[in-house]
Design a protein around this ligand. Sequence first.
Ligand code: SAM
Length: 261
Amino acid sequence: MAATKRRALGQHFLRDAGIARAIVDLVAPGPADLVLEIGPGEGALTAELARRAGRVVALEVDRALVSSLRTRFPGVEIVEADARTWDYGRLAAPAGGRTLVVGNLPYSVGTAILTALVRARGAISAMALMLQREVAERVAAPPGSRVYGSLSVLTQVYCDVRLALRVPAGAFRPPPKVESAVLHLVVLPQPRVPLRDERRFATVVRAAFAQRRKMLANALAAGLGVSVATARRSAEDAGIDPARRAETLSIHEFAALVDRL
Ligand code: SAM
């Protein structure tokens, strides 16, 4: 395959069976569980999943890989699909088991796939996802961290998130130019804080971080089209100093702020 296509699809294949096992161990699939694999590639994780899970469905966008995977893993349901737009709602929950997601995500669309999976969280129990290290660190970052942002808040409000493994470039062929890390995400039965309007919550969080160097009230005014006075009063009503920056606010503080805006 042309190197440009390989690069566009983020095709860096895992060559280390020990790391593949460690990734799958994070969600520990058993015979009652359904695993959805994202981007099986040449099957480094698929082999381990097929051995351990009751049922494996794998989404792969590259037609040539789909056909070789079907030959190699007749027991795995290989679906030719784009994981950014696939309808996750069609996954029927296994009786008495969990629905798990595992994948070594392509770097260029890792955030888009993670966002689609968080949106589909109602159908999922837990996930083990490899991403570019910087992206994984942003998702798992706590308030106050330099890389805490809307991706952190909008993932952590629905999931417990832990950066579980760092994976060196040498574990892949061809080796990528960036480092990788694996996130372990456990979907919460309810959002971490009660949200009256989830869309509004996401809009406010994104607006607050759109100008992260600005004071909160100014960032909200610019992002939401309200006056600075209104934004300041809402923050004060929520017990938040409007001169703070978005990166210092906890998820609970964001929820309180949204309630008052
Ligand atoms: N899981 C394999 C491994 O660990 O060796 C391959 C991982 S490779 C980083 C990413 C895989 O995702 C590639 O096989 C690529 O073709 C596939 N892929 C890229 N974009 C995709 C998309 N939008 N939806 C589904 N799969 C995609």
